[in-house]
Design a protein around this ligand. Structure first.
Ligand SMILES: [Fe+2]
Ligand SMILES: [Fe+2]
Length: 279
C-alpha cells in the first residue's frame, strides 16, 4: 500500500469551444506532481457535448486517475448524461452519489445544491415549488451520506460542486450566499468524520474553511486559486498519509498561504449578481 497519496484539486475550469489545449500543460504538470486529480464541477461552460469532447481530448494524455463531479454549468444544456459518457470514455470517474477508492483513500462525490447556510437555510415549507427546491438539496445530502456509508477506506474525501459551509463562500456578495451552497451537505460530512472536502462554484469565495466539527473544506475554484495564490499554478496539492493516521492526515503542500485578497479586488469571476447562480 502507498504510504502517501498526493491529491491535486481544481474546480470550475469552464471548458468552452475555444479552450482546446488551454489547460493541457497544467494537466501534464499535475500528472507529474500528484497521484489523483480531483475536478469539482463546472467542467464545461454551457454543458455542451462539444465542450466536453474538447476537455476529454486535453485530459486523455493524463495518466493519473481523474475523479470529478458535474457542476451547474454542466447541466445548462440538459446534456449532462452525454457529458458524463464523453468524459467516462477517457477514464474520468464521474461521481454522482458514487464512490471510488485508491490505496486506502475513499472518494465520495455529489454535485450538491443550494439553499443557504445555518439558520438562513431555506426550509421545506409553503408552496410546492419551495418544497421541491429544498428536496433537491436534501436528496443530494442523502446521496452523499449513502456514498460515505459504502466507503471502506480509512480516509474519506468528499468532492462537491456546491459549498457545504458558509466560510468558503465568504468574499462573494452576501445576497447570493444562498445560491452558492447548502449546509445540509455538512451533516453527512461531519457524521462520517471525513478527512477533507473539496468544492468549487463560489468563484469569489475563500480558499479554506472548516465544518463545525473541524473538518477542513477547500474551495478550489480556478478563479479562487488564481486570486489567492497568484505565484502558484492554479491547482492545490495535498498529501494524505496512510499510516499511522494522525490529527493532520491531510497536508497542503507548498507555499499556498491565503493572501487575504478580497473578491472586490478583482474582476476575473463569472459570478454575476443579476443572475444569482452562474458560478
Ligand atoms: Fe457553478
Ligand atoms: Fe463555476
Amino acid at each position: 500500500m502507498t504510504d502517501i497519496v498526493r491529491l491535486a484539486a481544481l474546480s470550475d475550469i469552464h471548458y468552452s469551444k475555444s479552450s482546446q489545449g488551454s489547460l493541457q500543460p497544467l494537466f501534464t504538470q499535475i500528472a507529474e506532481a500528484a497521484d489523483v486529480l480531483l475536478l469539482g464541477g463546472d467542467l464545461t461552460d454551457y454543458g455542451l457535448p462539444e465542450e466536453a469532447r474538447i476537455l476529454a481530448k486535453d485530459l486523455a494524455p493524463v495518466k493519473i486517475p481523474v475523479v470529478a463531479v458535474l457542476g451547474n454549468h454542466d447541466y445548462e444544456a440538459g446534456e449532462e448524461k452525454e457529458l458524463s459518457r464523453i468524459l467516462t470514455d477517457v477514464g474520468v470517474h464521474i461521481l454522482d452519489g458514487d464512490t471510488w477508492e485508491y490505496h486506502n483513500v475513499g472518494f465520495a462525490g455529489v454535485r450538491g445544491f443550494c439553499g443557504g447556510f445555518g439558520r438562513g437555510a431555506l426550509g421545506p415549507w409553503g408552496e410546492k415549488i419551495i418544497k421541491d427546491f429544498v428536496h433537491e438539496a436534501v436528496q443530494e445530502a442523502l446521496k452523499l451520506e449513502s456514498a460515505l456509508a459504502r466507503l471502506k477506506a480509512d480516509h474519506r474525501i468528499v468532492l462537491l460542486h456546491y459549498a457545504p459551509i458558509r466560510a468558503t463562500v465568504e468574499g462573494e456578495p452576501p445576497e447570493i450566499f444562498p445560491f452558492l451552497g447548502s449546509s445540509r451537505l455538512e451533516d453527512p460530512i461531519s457524521r462520517f468524520d471525513v478527512t477533507a472536502v473539496f468544492h468549487g462554484h463560489a468563484h469569489k469565495g475563500a480558499p479554506e474553511g472548516r465544518t463545525q466539527t473541524g473538518i477542513p473544506v477547500f474551495n478550489v475554484a480556478h478563479a479562487v486559486l488564481k486570486a489567492n495564490y497568484p505565484d502558484q499554478p492554479p491547482y492545490r496539492l495535498f498529501e494524505v498519509r496512510n499510516a499511522p493516521p494522525n490529527e493532520q492526515s491531510v497536508t497542503p503542500i507548498g507555499d499556498r498561504r491565503y493572501h487575504g485578497r478580497r473578491a472586490t479586488d478583482r474582476d476575473d469571476s463569472d459570478t454575476k449578481i443579476a443572475n444569482p447562480s452562474p458560478s
